[in-house]
Design a protein around this ligand. Structure first.
Ligand code: BT5
Length: 237
């Protein structure tokens, strides 16, 4: 196994992604930074990631020249991990994992030259969220009433990441994208995606080979969107 062969473990840290960024230069492929609590967990842009005890917080340093699909392999690996326990999660593009329509896990991939820091936060055994997150967040425990052994889930997740990472390195991304299609909640939905220069509204029809979301626009044109803030505005017929 590459992933987790070198492990930096902390009871508490500001952010596993921040620590990973600090050690990235000398880190070997698959190095993991794992923590029980994050005091300054990061989301995308300026967003914060609420990271109390009970969650699983890790960052994996990967040496790869084509990092575009890393959030995809992470999303699929998270879904595969819980599907093993008959918990069916859904992927919301680009980086959210949902359970009963609320966010149960998030992915933050940061690219640093030829390496990437792939951050994953999973709300595993968290029993309650602060007021501002109550309507958007949930945990595996809150939805299933079951507590999971964190290291068991960590090991399963590393195994699934390893398998998908190997496929990516062997140029077999097609197999991962097929899994993504199986787990996504996006198909048939009409979405609004805010990109730096425009807002695009369209119906989701596929995922592209580079991880872009493929939309059918109201005028019938097809547009592939690589990144942006995505909001589901309605179910399409
Ligand atoms: C993400 O950002 O979803 C990426 C989260 C990545 C967290 C991991 S934990 C290990 C590693 N180290 C880090 O410091 N980060 C990574 P984004 O799409 O921007 O979503 C953030 C938004 O989700 C926030 O603005 C809140 O609205 C909401 N949120 C915050 N904490 C949450 C939580 N624990 N569960 C669900 N939603 C949350």
């Amino acid at each position: 196994m590459i992933i987790g062969s070198k492990l930096h473990y902390f009871d508490e840290i500001d952010s596993t992604n921040e620590y990973a960024r600090k050690i990235v230069d000398d880190a070997v492929d698959g190095t993991v930074v794992l923590a029980d609590i994050q005091t300054a967990g990061k989301g995308r842009l300026e967003n914060k990631w609420y990271s109390p005890e009970g969650g699983l917080y890790l960052s994996v340093i990967l040496v790869i020249d084509k990092p575009l699909l890393l959030p995809i392999i992470a999303a699929v690996a998270i879904c595969e991990t819980f599907s093993h326990y008959n918990i069916i999660l859904g992927i919301k593009w680009p980086n959210d994992i949902l359970l009963n329509e609320r966010k149960v896990a998030g992915i933050l991939c940061e690219v640093i030259e030829m390496k990437a820091v792939l951050g994953i936060g999973i709300n595993l055994n968290i029993a309650e969220f602060p007021q501002d997150l109550k309507t958007v967040a949930t945990s595996i425990f809150m939805e299933t009433k079951k507590r999971f052994d964190k290291m068991m889930i960590y090991n399963d997740l590393c195994y699934n990441l390893e398998t998908n990472y190997a496929l990516l390195k062997q140029d077999k991304a097609r197999e991962i994208l097929q899994q993504w299609r199986n787990y996504t909640v996006m198909f048939g939905k009409t979405v609004s995606i805010e990109t730096p220069d425009k807002v695009i509204v369209g119906r989701v029809i596929d995922i592209g080979g580079n991880g872009s979301l493929v939309l059918a626009l109201p005028d019938g044109k097809i547009e592939k969107v690589l990144a942006g803030e995505c909001r589901i505005i309605r179910e399409s017929k």
